[in-house]
Design a protein around this ligand. Sequence first.
Ligand code: HEM
Length: 116
Amino acid sequence: MFELSRNPEVVAKLRSEIGSRLGIGSDGRKPTYVDLKEMNYLSAVINETLRLHPAVPFNCRVALHNTTLPRGGCPDGLSPVGVPRGTEVMYSTMLMQRRADLYPTKGHPGYFDPLK
Ligand code: HEM
């Protein structure tokens, strides 16, 4: 609702998809499972909401054995990092899903601003 409140063009497109599939207001019918699956724009809106505002914004794993992470070590960050048994490794889906370097860069056809 927060994102829809500041993206009226998204609301208009979503309402038109819902309207043409289910009807709007008192004439509208409840969506079936198939309706929900086939309303692509609705799914895109929910997925994009969870990209920017993930319900689980960070998480962790604990190393059960001595192991390594493939990158992050040394000044260039390209060498493996040692992870002793029992180490908690935190990762943030929220940060990852907003990192510009993980998405198509400017000039690439698929480019978009991941903070928007
Ligand atoms: C927006 C919706 C949801 C999000 C973002 C979400 C997110 C997550 C995440 C990130 C995990 C992995 C946790 C981990 O491995 O440390 C997880 C696990 C799990 N979620 Fe959800 N979840 C959602 C909805 C649901 C729903 C609706 C159900 C059940 C009806 C559900 C049931 C579970 C179960 C059973 C696990 C444990 C899976 C396992 O460890 O094998 N989740 N969820």
